[in-house]
Each structure stands twice: as C-alpha cells, then as structure tokens.
Design a protein around this ligand. Structure first.
Ligand code: ARG
Length: 576
C-alpha cells in the first residue's frame, strides 16, 4: 500500500538529508505507468526537499553524495538518480503482497484511508445541484449539474465528510403566474396526472405564446402571480399541486441516474424571507434606491456604482439573487455547514461572484467556505424526439441506443434484465463523456462517440468490469486470503500494481481541484492494464496456485475499478 512505501522512502531520505520525514512524505510520488516500459515505483524531486539555492554543478554533486548514502533494505530494492529526480524500486514480492492485501482488507475503501487525504477539512458539506426550473425545460446544463454535483457529493462523503444534497428548484416566478392563469384554459387534470412534467411544459409553452399576442392573458398571468405573492389560498394550492407532482416525477428520473437528494427546497421558500434580507441591507446602509425605484447594492470599492447588483424590483419584489442571499444565510444558520458547493453552468459565474461579495459585505464570513463549481456548455445533444426537453428523454435515448448495440454485438451475454443493463451502461456512457475533459470547457456531444465499446468510454469501463466479474466466477478459492506473490511477477501484473499504488494520489488531486477527469483518466488506464493482463495471465490451464494468485489479482483490479466507477456515479454491471 502506497502510504507504507512512501513512509519507508521518506524515512530513508530524511535520515540522509537531515530533515524530519514528515516534510518529505508528501513529495514522494508513485510513478505513472507507461505502456510497455518497466520503471521504478516511486519518485522524489530532490529540489522539493533541498531548499538551499545551490548552483547546478554543486547541486548535482551534493545530490550524488546524498544518494550515495541511501541503502537498500527489505522494502527498497533499488535507487536511481537522474536529472534531479530520485527513484525508488520496491522489493517486488513485497509490492505485490502489500497492495493486494490492502485492497482485500479495505475493499471499496481502498485509497480513502490514505494519510494523503487526512489534511482535507472534515465536517458538513452542503452540495446544491441539479436545481431545475419547474414547467421549463430540463436542459443539458441541468443534467451536467446533476451528475457533477452527485460526483462531488460522493467524493466528499468518501473522504469522510457528512454530506447534504440539496436541490434548489426554480419554483417561483412569472412562469407560475402563466401556468396558473393558463391551466384553466389549456390544462387537463388527466394529462397532468399521467405525465406532469410534459403537461406543465406544454401548458407553459401554450400560455406563453398566448400571452405574447393577447394582452388579457398577460394581465391574468400577472394577476395570478400577485395572488401567489400575497398568499391567496387557492392560487397557492394550485402551485403546491404543480410543485408536488413535479418533484415526484423528478425523483423517479433521478433514481434512474442513481441520484438522491436529502432536501428539495427552492426559490419559493424565500418568497417572504427576502424581506429580512432587504432590511438587513438597509440596516447596514448597503441598499441604494435608484431613480427608477429599484434597490441595488454597489459592488465597487469607490462607490461610483459602476458595478452593482439589483436586489429589489421597483414594486418591492425580489429577484433571483435576493432569494439566493436569503437561502445562503438560512443555510448558514440552519446547518452551520463547513463548506457549501453550488454547481451550475459558467453563465452564472457573475451571479455567484456578486452573491458571495454581498454576503461578505453583510459580514457573513462563512461565505469563505462557499464555492461555485462551474461547467461549460454542451452542444449537439439531441434525441430522436429532437431537442432535449426532459431528463427522461436523454436517459431513454441512451438506453434505447445501448439496447440496440447490445442486440447487434456477438459477444453479448444474456442478462436477466437487458433494459436495466442497457440503462446502466448508457448512464456510464453519458457520465464519462461528460467527465473526460476540464469541467469548464464546452464540448460537443455525440452519441456515437459516447457509446463506442472501445476507446475511453463508459461502455469500455462497464465492459471491463463485466469481463473481470465473469472471470471471477472461476474463483473457487476466493475465501483463501493468502497467495504466492512470486506467481505475479510478469510485467503486466507489476505495471497494474504500480498503477494501483497511485490511486490515493489521484483521489487527492481530484478532490483538490474538484475535477473528475483525473479519476476518469486513471480508471481508463486501469481498464487498459486489466485488459492487457487478462490477455496474458491466463487462469484456465494454470496450476491451482497460479490460478488463485491471478484471480486474487484480477479481483483487486475489479474492486478498485468498481469503487472509482461508483464515485463517478456509475453502477458497475456484472454482465453485458
Ligand atoms: N434554477 C437555476 C437555473 O436553472 C439554477 C439554480 C442554481 N442555484 C442557485 N442557488 N442559484 O438556472
């Protein structure tokens, strides 16, 4: 296991350079595996631990002198030094033994108990994500927010935080005025029951178009909205009805994605509380009233209002940011979180910058633990029905396409529930396609690329997992913990174990930058190594001792692969 080896290396180096080993530990890194080239296991940039500004030749001399003092022992079998980098090779049987036993013991927790991760703050993390707008389109941005937010929540949980998953619905605003006014005219209770999201959207589109042409419709929408704002019981009950049905519907679709929320809140929760915010702003002398009667907060240093944020309409009502201010303060008081993460597309960057700035002006220092994780736009995601309107459409499309591919493929196994398998693979495909690049980058979506069975896709990961799982049905000596490490000395086995050694470092980097692509790249690497090993390290036809060691090895890969996939929000399939 990585920490054990890193510690041993740090202690050797510490003794030689005369520094505490704690200072060195974090600079010892497992070396990324290169295909077809055998390499040592760990490296250390000498510069990172020698801080005296030496000139180059003197440095080289000193470094050589130092490395000359390193000695091989039962853990480290070889050293190297070139271009400022110290390299370490671990005793081969020990490497194999330690890594595999550690995976056996820790199971899906492998890598997460690493001391590398101990420095991250622990406590309550509130992750707010998905947050669609009722009666409007669930666009691809909401899909991205859903899977990215879920991933962040999974990751934070895995490293020991308590996590609260919050869905902050767009459940207030003029669309409800339109819906309320339009429902009597265009709505149908039956349709609403059988497919609420679809029907509310239809009504919304219809009434929207009508309101554009017809002043009277517009008028009644505004009237309905004022009724809502003033708490008119009938209006509110219709609104509650729409909202409740929509949430039920969302929850069903989230379930297909493997996503759950601890709390559904929404902008409506703050439809009254925003008044307190305005009062707070007034009491701190931050609220300025413009000539037009709107309320603004000056965001400049010098007070020239060249940058400002509008927090009150001229009729005294709230805006998106006003409700967000109320929500943030409410959460600070209610949960006293240690960290809060908002996940939305990057078009809301300024919104969150302003939000955080105003919170700071209000003296809410907890804002320093608030973060906006943003992502880029997706182009070209279409389904057979056309543009994406509902999340369900995307999932249906992924499943249908995958079922078709499975039917075509000769290697497909018969699975008990092909639709369920297809769904899990389809979701994996969507997630990997989305997580491959930098989150902030825009990308062009292609069903064809996402659903390839080779190449860096979710289908490939699922395929690899299923293949390992089917190989493991041969493992009758599964209970037997011990194995002969000298049966696993082939280059393909060693390379894979070296890769497994690096898992905690990858988690560290993923967590630090909140970018899933590091984990994705790692799992792809693991998948490729697993397939290479699978081709050369046969189980059938080997002696029982070798077969047992190899199956043990393949199971180690499967455990880590599955754990990483789950973190990303993928349910690994056992057959496909
Ligand atoms: N409902 C919003 C939208 O669809 C996203 C909400 C993001 N969260 C927030 N606290 N503002 O654009």
């Amino acid at each position: 296991m990585a920490c054990y080896f890193r510690r041993a290396i740090a202690e050797q180096v510490a003794r030689v350079v005369g520094l505490p080993s704690e200072k060195i530990l974090h600079h010892v890194h497992a070396i990324p595996v290169h295909r077809k080239r055998s390499s040592p296991d760990f490296q250390l940039y000498l510069k990172s631990v020698l801080d005296d500004p030496l000139n180059a030749t003197y440095y080289q001399e000193k470094a050589e002198k130092l490395t000359g003092k390193l000695v091989c022992d039962s853990i480290i079998s070889d050293f190297g030094f070139a271009r400022g980098v110290l390299t370490f090779k671990i005793n081969r049987p020990l490497l194999v033994k330690k890594v595999m036993i550690n995976i056996r013991q820790d199971g899906s927790r492998y890598g997460f108990n690493s001391e590398l991760l101990s420095g991250f703050p622990k406590g309550l993390t509130l992750v707010e994500f998905s947050s669609p707008n009722i009666a409007k389109k669930f666009h691809v941005g909401h899909l991205r927010s859903t899977i990215i937010g879920n991933f962040i929540a999974n990751l934070k949980e895995a490293v020991g935080n308590k996590v609260l998953r919050v869905n902050y619905l767009g459940d207030w605003g003029l669309q409800f005025g339109l819906l309320g006014a339009g429902f009597t005219k265009f709505g149908c209770e039956e349709k609403l029951k059988s497919n609420p999201l679809q029907h509310l959207f239809e009504v919304y589109v219809e009434v929207n178009a009508a309101a554009e042409k017809d002043e009277e419709m517009k008028q009644s929408a505004q009237e309905f909205m004022s009724k809502l704002e003033s708490g008119h019981p009938q209006a509110l009950s219709l609104w509650t009805h729409f909202r409740g049905l929509s949430i039920e519907e969302y929850a069903k679709v989230y379930k297909r994605l493997g996503v759950q929320f601890d709390e559904y809140t929404g902008e409506s929760f703050y439809r009254e509380k925003y008044q307190d915010i305005l009062n707070l702003l007034r009491s701190k002398n931050i609220l300025k009233i413009t000539k037009e009667g709107t309320g603004v907060v000056d965001l400049t240093e010098n007070g020239d209002l060249s940058a400002f944020s509008t927090v009150m309409r001229s009729d005294g009502s709230s805006l998106y940011i006003t409700r967000d201010l109320a929500a943030a303060i409410d959460r600070m008081e209610k949960y006293n979180f240690d960290e809060m993460v908002y996940v939305t597309d990057k078009s809301q960057q300024t919104h969150f910058q302003n939000l955080f700035k105003i919170l700071k002006m209000l003296g809410k220092d907890q804002v320093d633990c608030c973060k906006h994780v943003m992502f880029g736009r997706v182009q070209g995601m279409q389904t057979r029905r056309g543009d994406v309107i509902f999340l369900e459409d995307v999932l249906d499309e992924a499943r249908a396409r995958m079922l078709q591919n499975m039917a075509k493929a000769e290697t497909s196994k018969t699975t008990e529930d092909p639709a369920d398998t297809a769904e899990k693979i389809g979701v994996a495909a969507l997630i990997i396609q989305d997580f491959k690049g930098q989150l902030q980058a825009d990308y062009r979506f292609s069903w064809n690329d996402a659903l390839q069975s080779c190449g860096d896709t979710g289908v490939f990961l699922q395929y690899t997992h299923a293949r390992l799982q089917s190989l493991l049905t041969l493992w009758s000596s599964r209970e037997e913990e011990d194995f002969n490490a000298s049966c696993l000395q082939e280059p393909s086995a060693i390379a894979t174990l070296q890769h497994l050694l690096r898992y905690d470092e990858v988690i560290y980097k993923t967590l630090k930058e909140l970018q899933p692509r590091y984990l994705v790249a790692y799992l792809m690497g693991l998948g490729h190594l697993a397939n290479v090993a699978h081709q050369s390290l046969h189980v059938k036809g080997s002696t029982p001792e070798v077969a047992h060691a190899r199956l043990h090895f393949f199971n180690s890969i499967r455990v880590v692969l599955a754990s990483g996939m789950k973190l990303l929000g993928i349910s690994p399939v056992d057959k496909m």
